[in-house]
Design a protein around this ligand. Structure first.
Ligand code: FAD
Length: 328
């Protein structure tokens, strides 16, 4: 392999999408990853939801990012010869009358166009939505890159990186808090999900009522996810399990037993926007971080910004660029 122009640290969602973007652009790169044991991407449901929250807010930049996101995953899918992208719809049930009133008011003003495609007595349909099979993308990309000698399994000590002469991009998820970007104002939120058997679900519909219920392969579904801001441990809890099972039962009218209980940490910046750019003191050190709970939507856009910065010296978008933390 030619000498690498870029070293990616971390093969979660951010590092993997960046790797494929650099490959498409013909930029030489290699990667080091410590394994997925603590990676948030290991438990990411991969959902892109166009409208979220009790106040029905359109996902930030959804219209602009959707076509790019879709194209990026379809292209990785083609490279790997596996299915990753699945277009879906979300049937969302409101939990209170207030939620319904807010929805109706926003729909009447056209605020949520074109994403609310139907409303009935207890729910509405949100579309288009999508699900990316993040776990398959990670496993298959890793297999490919290990074989090609691009990916090395190991742990990077950040002390040694600041003196290197290769551009090194930190894609380490929640671990970025202990690297050279530790001084940004980060926050974490623990999330838990369960895998359950639910063979009767329509395969193209995510059900949502406080929690989402996502049909996956072999008649199984994922129910998730909890949000616990500030909680750092990865221990599965019985409280989350009970809450998720109660939601699943409300959505399907059936009692379920979990076959898997998974946890992960989401990393977000204080303004809830992802962060991309170069370290102010070490310009050969870069970052894609703070993907929060919308990493699947943002990762291709952030990776493209690195490609354009390397090829054309284009500035990073101001709303996500690291420069917002270091005003001139
Ligand atoms: C329960 C749950 C459900 C979620 N569901 C969704 C969803 O439906 N849709 C969505 O868009 N997002 C979802 N997310 C968010 C999503 O998981 C994250 O945005 C995304 O996975 C973050 O990816 P990342 O690559 O930044 O970090 P990670 O996935 O954490 O990857 C970081 C990688 O870096 C490696 N690493 C760390 N430090 C070092 C080092 N020093 N040296 C070498 N390697 C290192 C780690 O081993 C790991 O492999 C969910 C998150 C959780 C917790």
């Amino acid at each position: 392999m030619k000498s690498a122009k870029v070293l990616i640290v971390g093969q979660g969602l951010a590092g993997t999408v960046l790797g494929w973007s650099l490959t498409r652009a013909g930029i030489e790169w290699r990667m080091i990853d410590a394994g997925h044991e603590r990676a948030a991407s290991r438990v990411a449901a991969g959902i892109i939801n166009p409208v979220t929250g009790q106040r029905w807010v359109k996902t930030w930049r959804i219209e602009e990012l959707w076509p790019e996101t879709r194209t990026a995953y379809l292209s990785i899918e083609q490279e790997l010869g596996v299915t990753l992208w699945r277009e879906m719809r979300i049937r969302r049930y409101w939990r209170t009358d207030k939620e319904r009133r807010v929805l109706e008011a926003k729909c009447a003003r056209g605020d949520l166009d074109p994403y609310v495609t139907a409303i009935d007595h207890d729910s509405c349909v949100l579309a288009p939505a999508a699900r990316v099979d993040v776990q398959t993308m990670l496993v298959e990309s890793r297999r490919r890159w290990l074989k090609e000698g691009r990916l090395t399994e190991g742990w990077v000590e950040w002390r040694t990186v600041s003196s290197q002469d290769t551009l090194t991009i930190d894609c380490t998820g929640a671990a970025a808090r202990s690297g050279l970007f530790s001084h940004l104002s980060w926050s974490v939120s623990k999330g838990e999900v369960l895998r359950i058997a639910a063979p009767d679900l329509a395969p193209d519909t995510i059900l949502h009522r406080g929690h989402w219920l996502l049909p996956v392969e072999q008649g199984d579904a994922w129910i998730g996810a909890t949000h616990e801001p500030g909680v750092e441990d990865l221990q599965p809890t019985s409280a989350a399990r009970d809450a998720l099972l109660a939601s699943a039962e409300k959505l399907t009218g059936q009692h379920h037993m979990p076959t898997q209980h998974m946890t992960g940490l989401r990393l977000a910046a204080d303004d809830m926007r992802p962060v991309v750019g170069r370290h102010p003191d070490y310009p050969l050190l870069g970052l894609i971080g703070g993907l929060g709970s919308k990493g699947v939507l943002y990762a291709p856009w952030l990776a493209r910004q690195w490609v354009e910065q390397l090829q054309q010296d284009t500035a990073f978008d101001q709303e996500v660029g690291i420069g917002r933390y270091f005003p001139a």
